[in-house]
Design a binder for this molecule. Sequence first.
Ligand code: ADP
Length: 400
Amino acid sequence: MKILVINCGSSSLKFQLLDMNDESFLAKGIVERIGSEGSSITYETQKTGKIKNCESAINHTEAAGLVFRYLADEKNGVIKDINEIDAIGHRLVHGGEEYSSSVIIDDKVIEALKKYSVFAPLHNPANILGIEACRNLLPDIPMAGTFDTAFHQTMPDYAYMYALPYSIYEKYRIRKYGFHGTSHRYVSGIAAKALNKSNTKIITCHLGNGSSVCAVCNGKSIDTSMGYTPVDGLVMGTRCGDLDPAIVNFIEKEEHLTHNEVDEMLNKKSGVYGISGISNDFRDLENAMHSGNKRAKLALEIFDFRLRKYIGAYTAIMGGLDALVFTAGIGENDWETRYFACKDLEFLGIEIDENKNKTVRGNFADISLPDSKVRIYVIPTNEELMIARDTKELVSVLIS
Ligand code: ADP
């Protein structure tokens, strides 16, 4: 079974075609700057390597058409005909309180995406564009969707409620939803298998440009650091994370900013970028820190400090810890962040093997010392594979 995974943003469309017989990737890439001048496609297969071409894509339907043309191209394609694609799996962002697992996409799901656009105004409308583009071009192909929020629907009410007047929750469903759910589910599943025991307590650290931590108890998310929106929790590339809400009013007033401008500051001008004034990329920050830049050092220290707070807090709420998992761009590649996250946590049973930690890259690795009570894993995330697996399962039921 060949499954195409689509991840649609407002001006981009990421894709990956997987052969689910052996879960291998056949082709992947991204169409960028949809609707603008200078749109392009980046396309990659084992045979072609990465190719980037300027290609017109005035809307998402054209972008999807472009993807299908490349996939079935005589020279560089990986399929003879687009009808070889058995199903499409969409990465969806916000399913509100309605969706706790992946679903076959029908009109009801599209209505739900519209309804929850109020919670994810940039992402849900883009998800709808992706679904409609595929429907326009391949109306008969079955499609499924995996919500970023779904995995966290198992959080208990005392974890997801904010201590605001209850009517605010009743009226608007303002609560913690959490994000990166597909990644937390994927890596915690691999960690649970590696632990090979029942009753597992796992903390997963998805550390990328956007970062979140999740407490996973017996396979279920019981708390996560992102909240009502992805701006909450850890310090991120450009997002501030945890913040006293009174600061928002203060900045708005004193800096003469509109709500939207403050929102942009919290989401795009804060985080390690805002503190350092240099970059949101940890490679740049570490280079700057090692050359003596004090603000780069401070930005990284604030990031590490908050990450350690969450590790401590989540160990406490689970009453112990079996495994600590690092994933995504920083978690998979940055040994310094992993080192500082684990340093001095021996009292919690977290003991890192410093040599192994420095050498690991790109593969599953156990970087804890042999006697460490807590296993420390580096696990490359693969949200596309998780979406493709869910799609395969749902579609197989549909066609059997
Ligand atoms: P996104 O949230 O955009 O999916 P990724 O998970 O791809 O982000 O992570 C991107 C981030 O990972 C970069 O901004 C950078 O900070 C970090 N990163 C990537 N490679 C390295 C590396 N070799 N060393 C340190 N940090 C890295």
